[in-house]
Design a protein around this ligand. Structure first.
Ligand code: GLP
Length: 260
């Protein structure tokens, strides 16, 4: 994994946006894997700015989101459909027909999950997956103990994740127990992965994922096996990394073209 520590979440998000923008310019029909949560918001804002001010064109881009809550209609304000519309799709030109988000109201969930996997494969596979990380190390909604080879499926949230995400709901009790999420194996098939983590609350999960052993108890740790995984952090999220000075030094020594 390439560890890039930036002075602020804003700076890390700008770097991440530059990386995504370069991919979209080089490959206008790129297949992007998108994430929700507060972490990618600044990255999305910067991509929207690049679309508005620099003409970054998303009209041939296809997107697949990581996950959705089971039981929430796309119109529910806490659904990931609503989140993505409000924070991303409403502001740039990805055609609706190219947007894919798991359907929280699917009646036959296993069939829906297989179709989601098939749609990713038929599109040509994910060129780049954007990820945040849960405080317990989850990616997508792959909670600790998830199979590291898993594919898109239904999962049950841990109490910790339900608590973490309660802020998006009217009350803690209304956070759904179940979700549909791309699997760890689905994420690992992406040709590149950008993992973003900001704030001290993520420091332990990041240290375990980056410097700990690969274990299903921290699903993000499997990214150590990914050939092109970049981990963009702000200072607080990097505080528990024992080799953080080395990671900073490596990044500073890079030629400009090799920086994100
Ligand atoms: C949810 C999402 C994850 C996200 C995580 C962290 O669980 N399913 O994709 O990474 O929240 O959220 P935040 O970025 O708000 O800390």
């Amino acid at each position: 994994m390439e560890i890039i520590i930036q002075p602020s979440a804003e700076a890390a998000s700008t770097l991440a946006a530059r990386h995504v923008a370069r991919l979209v310019r080089e490959k206008p029909n790129a297949i992007l894997g998108l994430a929700t949560g507060s972490t990618p918001l600044a990255l999305y804002r910067e991509l929207i700015r690049l679309h508005r001010d620099d003409g970054l064109d998303f009209s041939h881009v296809t997107t697949f989101n990581l996950d959705e809550y089971v039981g929430l209609a796309p119109t529910h304000p806490a659904s990931y459909h609503a989140f993505m519309h409000e924070n991303f799709f409403a502001h740039l030109n990805v055609p609706a027909s190219r947007i894919h988000i798991p359907d929280g109201l699917a009646t036959d969930i296993p069939t829906h999950c297989r179709a989601y996997e098939d749609a990713i494969s038929s599109a040509g596979g994910l060129d780049l997956q954007i990820l945040g990380i849960g405080s317990d190390g989850h990616i997508g909604f792959n909670e600790p103990s998830s199979s590291l080879a898993s594919r898109t499926r239904i999962k049950t949230l841990t109490p910790e994740t339900r608590d973490d995400n309660a802020r998006f709901f009217d009350s803690p009790a209304s956070v759904p127990h179940h979700v549909i999420t791309m699997g760890v194996g689905t994420i690992m098939d992406a040709r590149q992965v950008l993992l973003l983590a900001f704030g001290e609350k993520k420091a332990h999960a990041i240290a375990t994922a980056v410097e700990g052993p690969i274990t299903a108890m921290n699903p993000a740790s499997i990214l150590q096996m990914h050939p092109v995984a970049k981990c963009l952090l702000d200072e607080p999220a990097a505080t528990q990394l024992t080799r953080r000075d080395y990671y900073r030094w490596v990044f500073e020594q890079k030629p400009e073209w090799q920086k994100v």
